[in-house]
Design a protein around this ligand. Structure first.
Ligand code: NAD
Length: 375
């Protein structure tokens, strides 16, 4: 079978769904690979590197007529029209927010596999693009903060005097928050972190952060690793923690999500208490923001001189490694779908990982999937 890797269509997108290294791995699974000319240019992967890795570099028509098309984002309608009947589309299709996508792709006779619907169970970690993206976004949030912050993250003792290390407060210690803690710690900052899930304390400490314990604001250890909405009492206590930490922080990186939604963690009143030149990076921006003043997609400076970064393209700002890791997630998926390593994709709907991400197959809409049992 032939796998097509297109250029992404979304304006400003710099990612690509395969690197030259992952193309080589796909060919080892027995596939022919065609990469659209220029697909990796923004991620520092020129066409000749893909060719050396065993791909054919072709035009959009060659890519979109492939047996399997793997891309990062949901393709636009004119590209979906180019998919042939029976083709397999692998991409972040956003079925949770937009369930109609399943019907639309089924109407084209396409087998649609949503990378962003991979069940979040241990066995599926290697194909979890959401973890890949959160990890990169957490790292990049620190780089953006360091760029804006007018000082050094590490403390220094020099002949000209001392500078204090920056204090970085991270809210939410999931995949993105832990990456931010590690990156800020490695730059020498003093990192404090809070999560409503108390079980993350050890992970925060292992990344070099200090866990901010506030039992009245924290939930019981969760059964599934995910936060639940806070009770009004917990919410009030959490707000007290954020307010106290905001006053002392040079940088706040907020990553809180509950079932995919971004709760408010930093209010306008809290921002008003922060020192001029301090920085907030809001990883909740794509969902509206954790900070009341965040403008998604933009950097703003408040009247009291606080920089608030609401960029929604943090992963695209690290295109080389994000594409490499994203492409590796796809290789792991294709290995699962190609047990014989013979270049023939077979879908096993009895496997809960494959079933969980399948939106349509052989003329049937299969979204939403049955609940997944945790393993
Ligand atoms: P997430 O993106 O859903 O949420 C980010 C963090 O925000 C979470 O740690 C959450 O507890 C926290 N949070 C929510 N509300 C908050 C508030 N008001 N204040 C402070 N923090 C708040 O999280 P995630 O990165 O998806 O990780 C969640 C869990 O899933 C973790 O236990 C992680 O290890 C696990 N996980 C498992 C897999 C897998 O097994 N395949 C993949 C990814 C994540």
């Amino acid at each position: 079978m032939r796998i097509g890797i297109p250029r992404e269509s979304r304006p400003g997108e710099r990612l690509v769904a395969a690197s030259p290294a992952t193309v080589a791995q796909l060919t080892k699974l027995g596939y022919d690979v065609v990469v659209e000319a220029g697909a990796g240019a923004q991620a520092s992967f020129p066409d000749d590197q893909y060719a050396q890795a065993g791909a054919t570099v072709g035009d959009a028509a060659a890519v979109w007529s492939s047996d399997v098309v793997t891309c990062v984002n949901t393709p636009p309608d004119d590209r979906v029209e180019q998919l042939r009947e029976g083709a397999v589309l692998v991409a972040m299709l956003g079925p949770q927010a937009n369930p109609q996508v399943a019907e639309k792709l089924n109407a084209r006779g396409v087998t649609a596999l949503a990378l962003d619907a991979v069940p979040r169970i241990s066995r599926a970690q290697a194909l979890d693009v959401l973890s890949t993206l959160s990890n990169v976004a957490g790292y990049r949030a620190v780089i953006e903060a360091a760029e804006e912050y007018g000082g050094m993250f590490t403390g220094q003792v020099t002949a000209a005097g001392k500078t204090a290390p920056a204090t970085v407060f991270v809210i939410g210690a999931g995949v993105g928050g832990l990456a931010a803690i590690g990156a800020a710690n490695s730059l020498g900052a003093q990192v404090r972190a809070f999560d409503v899930r108390p079980e993350v304390a050890e992970q925060i400490e292992s990344m070099g952060g200090t866990f901010v314990a506030a039992p009245e604001a924290q939930q019981e250890v969760s059964a599934d690793g995910y936060a639940k909405p806070l009770t009004p009492e917990q919410q009030a206590a959490a707000m007290e923690v954020y307010a106290a930490e905001a006053k002392r922080a040079d940088v706040i990186i907020t990553t809180a999500l509950v079932r995919g939604k971004a709760p408010t963690t930093i209010t306008a009143d809290m921002v008003a208490t922060m020192r001029p030149g301090s920085v907030i990076v809001d990883l909740g921006a794509p969902g509206g923001g954790n900070c009341e003043l965040t403008v998604p997609g933009k950097k703003i400076v408040t009247d009291n001189g606080v920089v608030i970064i609401g960029y929604t393209d943090l992963t695209s700002r690290m295109p080389r490694h994000t594409s490499q890791l994203f492409g590796t997630n796809i290789v792991h998926l294709m290995a699962l779908l190609t047990p014989e390593k013979n270049g023939e994709l077979t879908l096993d709907l009895d496997d809960q990982v494959q079933r969980g991400m399948t939106l349509s197959h052989q003329g049937e809409v299969l979204w939403p999937p049955p609940p997944v049992s945790v393993s």
